[in-house]
Design a protein around this ligand. Structure first.
Ligand SMILES: NC(=O)c1ccc[n+]([C@@H]2O[C@H](COP(=O)([O-])OP(=O)(O)OC[C@H]3O[C@@H](n4cnc5c(N)ncnc54)[C@H](OP(=O)(O)O)[C@@H]3O)[C@@H](O)[C@H]2O)c1
Length: 255
């Protein structure tokens, strides 16, 4: 597709090898499409192909919540791409409960595996290669709701908060090697996962959550987040590391 308007230019990611977790739906699929349009070679993952793998991307089925899943993804990346220059940790999600004290032990564990440890494990396998090559960009997808600490989502938000803290520390460690690590924090985005979560939340708590839309007057689109991810992964952000970019239509004010 030709470069136009606010899209990243064809060729901007030419020669780059990108791995995007959770690329069969929603935000991840938009990131994969945008990277392909900009010339990257892309491998994406999900537990199964029930979603759609964007045309042109390689795919590996793996559960990011396990050590075996992380190894399978890293092996597939070496096989399909030969290495990874851009690593986007997007797979994640939330299942709300009645309140913080109603969140069962296994859901705490699951939230930590999916939204935090998955990234730690995959980084441990793939970031050393970036450090050796003295180049690379890692983007973690968190959530703009983290500072709000909403009780029904505390397992998810605590896991994402850990991800943000870890992301800053990893950025400091890898900066001298020229590897950048940044976070994108989306607000309410129209995706299958986002819609399902908000429906579950509305059933648990019919009083409105933090706003039924955003100050900018609409919910986010997957491409709104994909553009932020591509910016942070691109050379345009070559002096940016350890940052957390909120893309939420102004929904969650920050100090
Ligand atoms: N949408 C929002 O409003 C919103 C707001 C804030 C933050 N976020 C964050 O943005 C990211 C993407 O969200 P989304 O709304 O686009 O999600 P989504 O529509 O549910 O898509 C999630 C993707 O991740 C994959 N996935 C889920 N669990 C997985 C697992 N255990 N192992 C491997 N792959 C897995 C899914 O495929 P399978 O199910 O087939 O595995 C799918 O491809 C998440 O980290 C989420 O926390 C979203």
């Amino acid at each position: 597709m030709a470069a136009s308007g606010n899209e990243f230019g064809k060729g901007e990611f030419e020669g780059k090898r990108a791995l995007v977790t959770g690329g069969t739906r929603g935000i991840g699929a938009a990131v994969v499409r945008r990277l392909l349009e900009a010339g990257a070679q892309v491998l994406t993952t999900a537990r199964s192909q029930t979603g759609t793998v964007p045309e042109g991307a390689a795919f590996v089925a793996a559960d990011v919540r396990t050590q075996e899943g992380a190894r399978a993804i890293a092996d597939a990346a070496r096989e399909a791409l030969g290495g990874v220059d851009v690593l986007v940790h997007n797979a994640g999600g939330a299942r709300p409960h009645k309140g913080a004290l109603a969140i069962p032990e296994d859901e705490w564990q699951d939230a930590l595996e999916l939204n935090f440890l998955a990234a730690v494990r995959l980084d441990a396998l793939l970031a050393p290669g970036m450090r050796e090559r003295r180049s690379g960009a890692i983007v973690h997808v968190s959530s703009a709701a983290v500072p709000a600490a909403i009780p029904q989502f505390l397992h998810y938000e605590a896991a994402k908060a850990a991800l943000e803290n870890y992301s800053r520390g990893l950025a400091a460690e890898l900066a001298p090697a020229g590897v950048r690590v940044n976070t994108v924090s989306p607000g309410r985005v129209e995706t299958p996962g986002g819609e399902a979560t908000r429906e579950q939340w509305a059933r648990l708590d019919p009083s409105p959550g933090p706003g039924t839309t955003t100050p900018l007057g609409r919910d986010g689109r997957p491409d709104d987040i994909a553009d932020a991810v591509l910016f942070l992964a691109s050379e345009r952000a070559s002096w940016l590391t350890g940052s957390n970019l909120f893309v939420d239509g102004g929904e969650f004010p920050r100090g």
